[in-house]
Design a protein around this ligand. Structure first.
Ligand code: RIB
Ligand code: CA
Length: 317
């Protein structure tokens, strides 16, 4: 009997969050204990509803769902409607949710699960780190029950919301600062590797050929995401072809870490107002002479990654 790793996903669906969820649900070596929602791609009301709709579509209706905060720790919420649309999952009709919303807040549900777990739990975060940070502040005594926080966010080089900051970190830099200073084992999947997690129209066609209901809906979502992302939003030299399944990298790493190349590096975040607000300073050359606090992703086995994505979608209802 394969030993399953207990995982909790905090996400802000979000098209690529939906793929990350399917990867975790479809993995034989993972037990997804709960899904919590963060405000980011869309408002908390929409992202929490999208989590429940996706679990309904995928037919994993027994997984507990709890809402995180309505906004970042100290800042006003910025959403990515330009990328993910008004619903946060534009491009396809999702079923009405048949998954209840827990009365617990996200951080309290996470605490309940960690306290009850015989083994430390992996926390995966694919939205702003508001929920992660709030949990660490509220329940410092449970840090030992966290095996690792695996998050999509930041970048060693570049940004996608500003020229120096990636969206998830830019939305809540103070939360990222708490997580990066927490001492918890971290794996960071920033733009350096997630922009290489390219998915193309022919891959979407292969998804649609799977024939299950989830693949038809996700096919529509991915076509929408492709239109929004694949346009050269950046000056040509900065544009990388295809759509980029950012969040799927964090989920895929938990399922199959050997898909990725990571480096142990010291990472800090800029919370000062100004041009570099929300940028992650990854000490690639060791100049800070501080111990590494994260394993940072830089490369992936793209053919095997694509295969995992397609296989996972095929395992949904
Ligand atoms: O920068 C990419 C990240 O921002 C992804 O998590 C995507 O879902 C958006 O939230
Ligand atoms: Ca996300």
């Amino acid at each position: 009997m394969m030993k399953k790793q207990a995982v909790i996903l905090d996400c802000d669906p979000g098209h690529d969050d939906a793929i990350a969820l399917a990867i975790l649900l479809g993995a034989e070596n993972i037990e997804l204990k709960a899904v919590t929602s963060s405000a980011g791609n869309q408002t908390q009301a929409k992202t929490s509803g999208n989590v429940r709709k996706l679990l309904t579509l995928f037919d994993f209706k027994e997984i507990p769902v709890a809402k995180g905060a309505e906004k970042p720790l100290v800042r006003e919420l910025i959403i990515a409607e330009s990328i993910h649309g008004k619903s946060g999952l534009d491009g396809a009709e999702l079923p009405e949710p048949e998954v209840p919303l827990s009365e617990d807040k996200a951080i309290d549900l996470i605490a309940t699960i960690l306290k009850a777990s015989p083994e430390p739990v992996v926390l995966v975060a694919t939205g702003p780190l508001t929920t992660m940070a709030s949990f660490l502040v509220a329940y410092p005594e449970l840090k030992g029950q966290i095996k690792e926080i695996v998050f999509m966010g930041g970048a060693c080089f570049g940004g996608n919301w500003t020229s120096t900051a990636e969206f998830n970190i830019f939305v809540d830099p103070e939360a990222a600062d708490i997580v990066l200073r927490s001492g918890v084992k971290l794996a960071m999947f920033g733009l350096d590797v997630t922009l290489k997690a390219q998915f193309f129209s022919e891959d979407v066609a292969e998804v649609r050929q799977l024939g299950n209901q989830s693949s038809q809906v996700l096919g529509g979502l991915l076509d929408f995401f492709n239109q929004r992302v694949a346009q050269p939003l950046l000056p040509k030299p900065g544009h990388i072809e295809g759509m980029h399944l950012h969040d799927a990298c964090a989920a895929a790493y938990v399922v199959a870490p050997d898909l990725f190349t990571t480096l142990p590096l010291y990472v800090e975040v800029d919370t000062r107002p100004g041009l570099t607000l929300g940028s992650t300073l990854v000490d690639y050359t060791g100049k800070r002479q501080l111990a590494a606090n994260a394993n940072v992703g830089f490369d992936l086995d793209l053919p095997r990654f694509r295969e995992l994505v397609i296989q996972s979608i095929g395992r949904m209802a």
